[in-house]
Design a protein around this ligand. Structure first.
Ligand code: UD1
Length: 423
């Protein structure tokens, strides 16, 4: 297990490129189960979660190789319809194989993902959606066992807007007989990207990128190549790093990103006092002289993303004044708070609301990663803290950030990966 050793207080300045979006990639890869043949997914980030998804798809018979920044997937042979616990327990997004397997083969045995570091994360909407399409689903022995003849189009209204359930039901419905309507569908850009790949594969979907999807089932689909969208959470994390660890003379430019996907974050960064320039595919940030306290409430797209909440709390830790961070997607998602407090932050959490009272300075300490975005917030805090911060168990970070230490180093941060068993 690796750790990061960070010497805080360096000004960040320079240019970095955003990677392809993890959460889009994890939906695009299983979509290749829907039609046999060869696919090239360009701009696929090299991440542990992508490797986990590759291993899972390989157990089903797919052939996957990396060629430069692309992933080549050959789905000509699908020999198993099972997603075993060994894979699913490593990554909840493994559940994305459920929809395509039921849609195309009428059979899927997918381990239940269980909870995660910040509490229960149910999959009832995935199951209910597929049942509406006519799948017979039993949950037994820790597995979701789905069987179906050809699925039939239906009207589905999600009680809660769910990224994963929308993706799964969409992938099942594209091969169903008749029309499926999904209301309260997730509008996240990663789901729109999945919709765009499905359209390229010959699916008939109206309303991609909106919360009302109409899907006319087709008999067969064909393979297609695709360029993955940029990772908006990675971009947002780099912008917050710049805002936190910058001095007035620092200017950070993130290229190959999509500013349109990030407006909830960039407007809040402007409220904080940062100066931003948004181009077509880049964002430049000049950090604030003084970090102003700014409240946020997480919500579904296009609101402030829950995946940026931990990083925002790190930023607010050094604000001049108090701010309120309200988490509406995952009420318990505050694992980073006790660790940030170890660095000197003043944060209290009551139910799903964190009150962050800005402090003069953070001081380096040993802290522990508990999940992906929590790890990111600890690194950001470490970059701004005085002295040395060690962030242990950074394997969480490697799930979702492509060579983050190299990107931050290029911007002038002093951050080093140290490998060893004992961390
Ligand atoms: C995805 C993202 C994750 C992000 C989250 C919210 C991937 C691989 N992961 O996760 O990074 O934090 O969206 O933007 O894309 N819910 C139910 N029943 C269900 C499914 C979800 O009640 O069957 C609830 C969840 O508990 C949560 C809300 O719906 O409160 C949204 O979750 P969802 O959008 O499904 O998150 P994921 O797809 O798991």
């Amino acid at each position: 297990m690796d750790k990061f050793v960070i010497r805080g207080g360096k000004t960040l300045s320079g240019t970095v490129q955003a990677s392809g979006a993890k959460n889009a990639t994890l939906a695009l890869m299983p979509a290749t189960l829907l039609a046999p043949g060869s696919y090239t997914l360009h701009h696929t980030p090299e991440l542990r979660d992508v490797t986990t998804m590759s291993r899972l798809l390989e157990t089903m018979g797919l052939k996957i190789e990396r060629v430069d920044d692309a992933l080549r997937i050959d789905s000509s042979v699908v020999s198993s319809y099972e997603a075993p616990y060994e894979h699913v327990k490593k990554m909840r997004a493994s559940i994305y194989v459920l929809g395509p397997l039921v849609g195309r083969f009428g059979q899927a045995d997918v381990s239940l993902p269980g909870g995660c570091a910040w509490g229960p994360r149910p999959v009832n909407l995935h199951i209910e959606g597929l049942r509406k399409l006519g799948a017979q689903i039993d949950v037994e022995g820790g597995y979701i066992r789905a069987r179906a003849k050809r699925l039939k189009g239906a009207r589905i209204v999600f009680d809660v807007s769910s990224v994963g359930a929308t993706g799964n039901v969409m992938m099942a419905a594209v091969l169903a007989q008749g029309t499926t309507i999904i209301d309260n569908a997730a509008m996240e850009p990663e789901i729109a990207a999945l919709g765009d790949l499905l359209l390229k594969m010959g699916a008939r979907i109206h309303g991609v990128g909106t919360n009302h999807l109409e899907i006319e089932g087709v008999d067969t689909l064909h393979p297609a190549d695709f360029v993955t969208i940029p990772d908006r959470i990675e971009t947002g994390t780099l912008l917050v790093a710049a805002a936190l660890a910058g001095k007035r003379d620092g200017k950070v430019r993130v290229e190959h990103c999509n500013p349109a996907h990030l407006s909830a974050v960039t407007t809040k960064l402007e409220d904080v006092g940062a100066r931003l320039t948004l181009g077509k595919d880049f964002i430049e940030i000049v950090p604030p002289e003084v970090i102003q306290p700014v409240n946020i409430t997480t919500s579904i797209y296009s609101g402030f993303p829950t995946d940026m909440q931990a990083q925002w709390i790190a930023l607010m830790s050094l604000a001049r004044g108090a701010s309120i961070v309200t988490e509406t997607i995952y009420g318990d998602r505050f694992m980073h708070v006790p660790e940030l407090v170890r660095l000197g932050a003043n944060i209290t959490v009551k139910e799903n609301i964190a009150t962050v009272v800005g402090v003069e300075k953070l001081t380096g300490a040993k802290v522990m990663s508990t999940d992906l975005r929590a790890s990111a917030s600890l690194i950001l805090a470490g970059l701004a803290a005085e002295g040395e911060t060690e962030v242990l168990r950074v394997y969480h970070l490697d799930r979702g950030y492509e060579r983050i230490e190299q990107k931050l180093s290029r911007l002038g941060a002093q951050i080093e990966r140290v490998s060893g068993e004992e961390f």
